[in-house]
Ligand binder design. Structure first.
Ligand code: UD1
Ligand code: CA
Length: 459
């Protein structure tokens, strides 16, 4: 079967994005545009991928890493010239090359596999992926003869009046036999309106040589949508988002309102979990079964176990154990490990802390840089005073302890297990096991003070 290689063109500038960033590094549903394309060719089973870089080359390389090869195109002299820069990797090999663009994130691995299959079954020298568009302006047109055979591709700028009417367009994606591509690239000129080496001209060259060129028309023309500006970026994101949501629903996740739910690529969600409206679940997140997420929760790069509720809350880079409830209006910041059956109630913030099983932080509490044991109760308004103005310090609370309302725990400090801390205390020293700590001024009552001072507030 020979070698199957993908060449992804990404040297262009992408001016219309109006961005400091390379166009192909803009993201949709948590993945860069070029990574979407790469994943589709990878999933279609290519042996190797080469990315042709030029504009912002270092950024693209850094983002894509070492899974792919790179070819460098110094000056952007056209799509044909771009492929020539990658030739070093396929020259003399037996097999096929797929050529795609880095800005077409909607292409599916199914379409690529299908094109490859048709290419081989028909013994084509080249097979072009095409689409029918009601408005083909701007795209290269597929020119066919009366019996429907592909003759050539003509660029919009170079097209005649008759050719401009054709609404079958070139997607810019192809499968070539390596040796045929090599010979056609060798004959490519730049005698056209833009003075560029057009890859599209290889088609006419191959046909002139008596070789067979085929075309595969995609059913859903969205698949070939190229991203040139931010309006198209939002359109592509929307299509990718729907694909992701449909997958989750097919896997047994209930999504109450798909129109307001945003889930990134690769997020995993277990069966019978329910996602309420206006929730955002970002990259790296794994959610178990029977969870309730939302309404209006945002979860980023976190591990959520089974039976967890996260209502109107934000969870960042943290893990939450089975049957724990979070929110409404809680904020779990990076580096937190929350145990099983924990209750994190309203207006509770937890940062870089460990919270043991069955512990309750029911309302209005801040916990930072702390280690809290199992079955602990923190009353309303407990604050871990973790910052002394210079550095962050640690607080520890042992199992089964009870911290009353409105307590400050001035770190570094430790409350040992089975201890009680009286409400309103400011704790600065260790509280031993099984003891009660009270750290507040004793109440003073001055009888008849109001009358003596003439301070009565009656009219
Ligand atoms: C190209 C096709 C056109 C097709 C359209 C589909 C040619 C001549 N035309 O036109 O038939 O309908 O795509 O979207 O191929 N690139 C490089 N180096 C270059 C030039 C381009 O890497 O020197 C890359 C760009 O970064 C981009 C891709 O190739 O990812 C396509 O280039 P672009 O200039 O957008 O081609 P179009 O004019 O859109
Ligand atoms: Ca383009």
């Amino acid at each position: 079967m020979g070698h199957l290689m993908a060449v992804i063109l990404a040297a262009g500038e992408g001016k219309r994005m109006k961005s400091k960033k390379s166009k192909v590094l803009h993201t949709a549903c948590g993945l860069t545009l070029i990574d979407w394309v790469y994943r589709s060719v990878r999933d279609a089973g290519v042996d190797e991928s080469v990315i042709v870089v030029g504009h912002k080359a270092e950024d693209v390389k850094e983002s894509m890493g070492n899974d792919v090869l790179y070819a460098y195109q110094d000056k952007q002299l056209g799509t044909g010239h771009a492929v020539m820069q990658a030739e070093q990797y396929f020259k003399g090999k037996d097999g096929q090359v797929l050529v795609l663009c880095g800005d077409t994130p909607l292409i599916t691995s199914e379409t690529i596999s299908n094109t490859f299959k048709i290419h081989r079954e028909n013994n084509n020298s080249a097979t072009v992926i095409t689409a029918e568009l009601s408005n083909p302006a701007g795209y290269g047109r597929i020119v066919r003869d009366v019996s429907g055979n592909v003759l050539k591709i003509v660029e919009d700028r170079d097209a005649s009046k008759e050719e401009k009417i054709i609404n079958e367009i070139n997607s810019g994606m192809y499968c070539f036999n390596i040796k045929d591509l090599e010979s056609a690239l060798g004959e490519l000129g730049n005698n056209n309106s833009q003075g560029e080496y057009y890859l599209t001209d290889t088609i006419e060259i191959l046909i002139r040589k008596g070789l067979k060129v085929g075309a595969v028309k995609v059913e859903d023309s969205n698949e070939i949508l190229g991203i040139n500006d931010r309006v198209q970026l939002s359109m592509a994101s929307e299509i990718l988002r729907k694909r992701i949501l449909v997958n989750h629903m097919k896997n047994g996740v209930t999504i109450i309102d798909p129109s307001s739910t945003y889930i990134d690529v690769d997020v995993q969600i277990g069966m019978d979990s329910v996602i309420y409206p206006s929730s955002i679940i970002e990259k790296g997140t794994v959610i178990g079964e029977d969870c309730i997420i939302g309404p209006a929760s945002r979860i980023v790069d976190s591990k959520i176990a089974n039976g967890v509720e996260v209502k109107n809350s934000v969870v960042l880079e943290s893990s939450i154990g089975d049957n724990t409830t979070v929110g409404p209006f809680a904020y779990i910041r990076p580096g937190s490990t929350i145990g099983k059956k924990v209750k994190i109630g309203d207006f509770v913030e937890v940062k870089k802390s460990i919270i043991g099983d069955k512990t309750k932080l029911s309302h209005l509490t801040y916990v930072g840089d702390a280690e809290i044991g199992k079955n602990v109760n923190l009353g309303c308004g407990v604050v871990v005073v973790n910052y002394d103005g210079k550095k962050k310090n640690k607080t520890k609370i042992g199992d089964n302890s009870f911290v009353g309302c409105n307590v400050n725990l001035v770190s570094p400090v430790e409350v040992k297990s089975n201890a009680y801390v009286a409400a309103g205390s400011t704790i600065t020293e260790e509280v031993p096991e099984n003891s009660l700590a009270i750290a507040r001024a004793r109440q003073v009552v001055k009888e008849d003070w109001v009358v003596k001072k003439g301070m009565s507030r009656n009219d």
